[in-house]
Design a protein around this ligand. Structure first.
Ligand SMILES: Cc1ncc(COP(=O)(O)O)c(C=O)c1O
Length: 500
């Protein structure tokens, strides 16, 4: 049933009570039980300061930075700090955005427009990147009319295969992307080598340091083996780095840096064509609360270099203990982990492992593999300082679950899903061309009303989000991505329409 605006206003206590009820099934980000999505410093003063500062600035709108010059002052400081962490010179300029995806949109827009200025609109500009790069590049490409070529990674190191990049770059390439580190495996692409290709071919190189920008410099200072990945390398055109990851800001904080002021001109939006106020948007979004910006400024100053060094030390310690236990339990570590560690297994169903750990209150991320690139399914663990307090008890549960699952063969249903996936994979093209996709969408539109609800029922999604995801994950893992994307697209519309 559709919710209506209440006829009579609710009281404050009733509102708080109702919202508490809404959040009853939520994971608790500061519990130290999430090994994905939550970036927790585990420092009480950080939380206290965020609440105060957020409240102080939440009503102010970055949109009108002339009315609220505090936004210019704070943004300048944050961009300067990010630039110095990334070894940028006086030419480097940047923009504060509300997230990594938004920063990447600005980088892609700038690279695309520079490409068009130099080459003219002769073809669809292309992004060339390793398969491990975040899907926000595909999203930017979909929104802005580019094509993406994802290339293989070396399956020893899980970093980009340079030959594959060289082969994929053509005169249509507008930008190359490398990650420091990537999300799935936490490994750092060889940015220096990518930069050589970029300079040689006169192509924009974007470094995605959304995850690593605020942590790798501090790990490097502690003797960790972190290759150069920033503006020290000639040929790096732009870098994205997110305070809402390893600077521990509240969500809504990212930075895009451009090597040259001129590049930033391609990324901004200025419009004086209507009778209203002049629009000058350095970012994609227009109206934005100053709350997250101010909280970011505050946290960077509260922790300072000393604080970030200490938090990096805790992460290194947790990661090292985690890796040695994973090896002891027989898991295979994928590449050289940084702040993210990923592992795989030849005899344990990792989708079931993830479900079993959720039952014990630990949130792991099960990742689909890519069989044609020899990438097996895996488990992703994001490590943050709070895990110093919870690692030991997590590892005890992991050992128990591992021992239980070690000798359980795949069930009949799992076997059937596997074979079904194999057949569908054989008859479905990896990359859909426009005409196949439009044919498919026409069929979907015809049958959706009848088969959609049945589909939800079959997945148990008609009753909300299922507690056990292993079979669904397994099915998604074996179906071609283009089919899974359509399924998920429909399912999520229904979840938000029906509520859970
Ligand atoms: C490497 C990388 N780049 C970009 C993004 C997108 O960031 P956001 O979720 O802040 O939009 C992510 C998110 O996890 C990421 O891991």
């Amino acid at each position: 049933m559709r919710k209506q605006l209440p006829k009579e206003p609710l009281g404050r206590d009733e509102i708080l009570e109702k919202l508490k009820g809404y959040s009853i099934d939520d994971a608790e980000p500061s519990s130290g039980r999430l090994f994905t999505i939550a970036f927790e410093a585990g420092v009480d003063e950080v939380k206290k300061l965020v609440y105060d500062v957020f409240r102080m600035f939440m009503d102010k709108n970055i949109l009108d930075f002339t009315e609220f010059p505090s936004s210019i002052r704070m943004e300048k400081d944050i961009v300067d700090i990010a630039t110095s962490l990334m070894n940028g010179d006086e030419q480097v300029v940047g923009t504060y955005t509300y997230g990594g995806t938004e920063s990447v949109f600005l980088a892609v827009k700038a690279a695309r427009d520079k490409f068009l200025v130099e080459k003219g609109l002769i073809t669809l500009p292309e992004i060339v990147m390793p398969v491990t790069a975040h899907p926000c590049y595909d999203k930017a490409a979909e929104y802005m009319g580019l094509r993406v070529k994802r290339v293989r990674v070396n399956t020893e190191t899980y970093t980009v295969d340079l030959d594959a990049i060289s082969e994929a770059v053509t005169e249509n390439t507008a930008l190359i992307v490398g990650s420091a580190p990537n999300w799935p495996f936490g490994t750092i692409d060889p940015i220096k080598d990518l930069a050589e290709i970029a300079v040689d071919k006169n192509v924009w190189l974007h470094v995605d340091a959304c995850v690593g920008g605020f942590i790798l410099p501090f790990m490097k200072k502690q003797g960790e083996n972190i290759p150069d990945f920033d503006f020290k390398i000639e040929g790096v055109s732009s870098i994205s780095l997110d305070p809402h990851k390893y600077a521990y800001s509240p969500i809504g904080a990212s930075i895009i840096l451009f090597r040259r002021e001129f590049y930033k001109m391609f990324s901004q939006f200025v419009n004086l064509k209507w009778p209203g106020y002049p629009i000058v948007n350095p970012a994609v979004l227009s109206s934005r609360s100053e709350g997250p910006l101010a909280a970011t400024w505050a946290i960077l100053h509260l922790l300072g270099e000393k604080g970030y060094m200490e938090l990096a030390r805790r992460i290194i310690d947790v990661r090292n203990r985690l890796i040695s236990k994973l090896r002891y339990l027989g898991y295979i570590i994928m590449g050289e982990p940084t702040v993210i560690t990923a592992f795989t297994s030849e005899n344990i169903n990792l989708f079931r492992l993830s479900d079993e750990m959720v039952k014990k209150g630990w949130y792991f991320l099960a990742q689909r593999g890519i069989p044609e690139m020899d990438i097996p399914p895996s488990i992703h663990l994001t490590i943050t300082p709070i895990h110093e307090k919870t690692l030991d008890s997590m590892l005890m549960d992991l050992q128990t679950v591992t021992e239980e699952l070690r000798n359980i063969p795949p069930s009949d249903v799992e076997e059937i899903i596997g074979s079904l996936g194999l057949i569908i994979n054989l008859v479905t093209p990896r990359e859909m061309d426009i005409s196949t996709l439009s044919q498919l969408l026409k069929e979907v539109e015809k049958h959706l009303d009848v088969y959609g609800p049945k589909l939800l029922e079959a997945f148990g999604l008609d009753k909300g989000i299922p507690k056990e995801m292993a079979l669904i994950n397994q099915l998604f893992n074996s179906l071609p991505p283009s089919i899974t994307e359509l399924l998920v697209n429909y399912i999520v519309i229904q979840l938000f329409k029906k509520g859970v």
